[in-house]
Ligand binder design. Structure first.
Ligand code: ADP
Length: 367
């Protein structure tokens, strides 16, 4: 006879309560992809009948529901502690995200099992996000026309098209003009962020030398840096290298502009901003280093989030949208690159951007 101790029974009861009442679906597979466990939520999600208990019925139902999600491939791509994530899969107006977790080596030994499929129904959250995004898009579009109208009226007034004005009147109008420009920039950023979020941003890829783009952006930022009393340095490693990449030049230009303008904006008079272009492995790496205000440690995790601005930045520069870095990261990732930073409050920051270099044979061949 087989006895289960009272303690084990209680532990099992606790676990049963958790797995049976979870909203997320959980399926445990062994190394031969035999289903060892499936909880009620996963059964409902997969539309399994009460009689479907065998692995084949369960995995067939999974494949029917989540077409194109290859269990084997997803499981082998996951590594212990780093689940493979299918972020958004839409099935009959429901939206799911799926995580494929690979168990740690010790757990594999202990349980002789190696993968957990975790399914979350994210329909509600995604719908809310879409409605919010539609709302932002409608509001931003509606704001654009009157703001543009206002811009031209102010422009004509300042220009004296409706008669001469006193210097005091002109000063006030110039202030209104600048504020209006800020609102236009915000509206444009909101629309661009929304296009990125919804995947509607189109990319036109061209072969370029990153060095040309960086020099171009530096040229534009230089007057502002000078006005603010900053030293602007540029270095290429190796000095005479060509940094051929396949990118959307307009978008990449916006990325570099944003990072450089931030470095200038958040560095106090007398400081230095250095931009370095270098080849690291099979990537071009751009470093934008400043000796500015830095980013407080406790806020560094939120820096790439939409609308986030650190407290010290708001104090130094009240105008800002907190949208730039969100877009920078998305655009870089769309190019197969990475973006990250290191920063210390009061000492400065370094923003890193990497973009894959074109293979030599592609970089120079005729197209
Ligand atoms: P914005 O500059 O309009 O606020 P961004 O999205 O470009 O928006 O940047 C988000 C936030 O990241 C900034 O508000 C600031 O807190 C921080 N940040 C970005 N770049 C720097 C920098 N070079 N030095 C210090 N803080 C920075």
């Amino acid at each position: 006879m087989f006895f289960i101790s009272k303690q084990s029974r209680t532990e099992k009861a606790k676990l049963d309560i958790v797995t049976e009442n979870m909203r997320e679906g959980a399926i445990l597979l062994d190394e031969h992809q035999v289903v060892l466990f499936i909880n009620p939520a996963a059964r409902v999600m997969l539309g399994l009948a009460k009689t479907d208990h065998d692995s084949k019925s369960i995995l067939d139902a999974f494949r029917r529901k989540f077409k194109g999600v290859e269990i084997n491939q997803c499981v082998t791509t996951a590594s212990p502690g780093k689940p493979f994530h299918v972020p958004e899969i839409e099935v009959d107006s429901e939206i799911f995200q799926i995580f494929f977790s690979c168990l740690s080596k010790e757990d594999q030994v202990r349980y002789n099992a190696w993968a957990l499929i975790w399914i979350e129904d994210i329909t509600e959250a995604k719908m809310l996000e879409r409605r919010k995004s539609e709302f932002v898009s409608v509001v931003a579009h509606q704001l654009r026309t009157p703001l543009s109208g206002l811009k031209w009226t102010l422009h004509m007034l300042i220009n004296g098209d409706f008669g001469a004005m006193s210097n005091e009147q002109k000063t006030f109008l110039l202030k209104s003009y600048e504020n209006n420009e800020r609102m236009i920039a915000l509206v444009n950023d909101m629309l661009a962020a929304d296009r990125i979020e919804s995947g509607r941003l189109k990319y036109t890829l061209l072969r370029i030398n990153m060095r040309d783009l960086v020099e171009n952006v530096l040229f534009e930022v230089f007057p502002n840096a000078q006005k603010r009393g900053l030293k602007l340095d540029f270095a290429c490693i190796p000095v005479d290298a060509k940094f051929m990449v396949l990118v959307d030049p307009t978008k990449l230009r916006a990325v570099l502009q944003n990072l450089l303008e931030n470095a200038v904006k958040y560095t106090l008079k007398g400081g230095t901003v250095t931009i370095t272009l270098e080849v690291v492995g099979s990537d071009v790496r751009v470093l934008i280093r400043d000796s500015g205000i830095g980013i407080p440690k406790n806020q560094q995790g939120q820096i790439f989030t939409r609308f986030f601005r650190a407290g010290n930045a708001i104090k130094t520069e009240p105008s800002g949208t907190g949208l730039g870095l969100y877009m920078v990261k998305k655009i870089i990732e769309q190019h197969g690159g990475k973006c990250w930073f290191e920063s210390e409050e009061g000492k400065g920051s370094v923003f890193y951007v990497t973009i894959p270099l074109m293979k030599a044979e592609d970089a120079y061949k005729q197209i």
